[in-house]
Ligand binder design. Structure first.
Ligand code: URA
Length: 235
């Protein structure tokens, strides 16, 4: 990309004014002053300074909804070299990262973005955004166990907030339940189910607030639409 075009894209000045700055000798590329107007740079690699300050292109904000398969971690890198969710998001140029986390062995809805403000908001406990999960659990919980689950359980050093749980289906020695919590402590759903004596067999997140996974296939992703983005920004 021509240097003056890059400067304009970084919001330094118009192309014409950027050319003037180049001619004045206040623009450096990788440490060398450039005064040639047709000079070309690689925006991904070269470091451009104007008056000794690095300039950068504003990255477009992107919002991605992934149906995470089990067997992927949600941190950006892993000491055991396991696959990360970013391995699935190919061809996205922006440097994106997951909003919150899902366990290695949990599947379902995961937001991925490069919007730091939104991430901060969505992961801050005070916003109490509902997260809806479907779980297969061992055994069939009794009414008193469901009540404990709903009212708050002591887990390690904290007591869980009010939660929702309803049985969707009863099998011989397991059940399918829908769980809604608005906290996001480490392995919280699994620990809550353990606590009432019905450990999780598998766990899937299906919604975050009003954003739902619907019929997005496991391992597939899509960009959020404007309505979904506005909804999240206005929470
Ligand atoms: N609760 C869990 O236990 N695991 C998850 O991945 C998400 C919520």
């Amino acid at each position: 990309m021509r240097l003056q075009k890059y400067m304009a894209k970084c919001g330094v000045a118009s192309r014409r004014k950027s050319e003037k700055l180049i001619s004045k000798g206040v623009v450096k590329v990788n440490g060398s002053t450039i005064t040639e107007l047709g000079f070309k740079i690689n925006p991904d690699k070269d470091i451009v300074k104007v008056n000794n300050r690095i300039i950068k292109m504003e990255e477009k904000s992107v919002y991605i909804l992934l149906n995470k398969p089990d067997g992927y971690i949600t941190t950006v890198s892993d000491q055991f070299d396991r696959p990360t969710v970013l391995d699935i998001i190919k061809n996205v140029k922006q440097r994106v990262y997951p909003v919150g986390r899902l366990d290695y062995d949990t599947s379902g809805l995961l937001l991925i973005t490069n919007d730091g403000n939104l991430t901060y908001k969505l992961t801050h406990p005070k916003h109490e955004i509902n997260k809806t999960y479907i779980a297969k659990i061992k055994g069939i919980p009794k009414e008193n166990e469901l009540t404990k689950f709903r009212n708050g359980l002591k887990i390690e050093n904290y007591i869980t907030s009010k939660a929702k749980i309803k049985i969707l289906n009863r099998y011989k020695d397991s059940s399918l339940v829908e769980i809604i919590i608005h906290e996001g402590k480490n392995r919280q759903v699994r620990k809550m189910c353990d606590k009432i004596g019905h450990p999780v067999i598998w766990l899937k997140r299906i919604a975050l607030g009003k954003i739902t996974i619907d019929n997005l296939e496991k391992g597939k992703w899509r960009y959020l639409n404007d309505k979904e983005i506005n909804y999240l920004k206005n929470i």
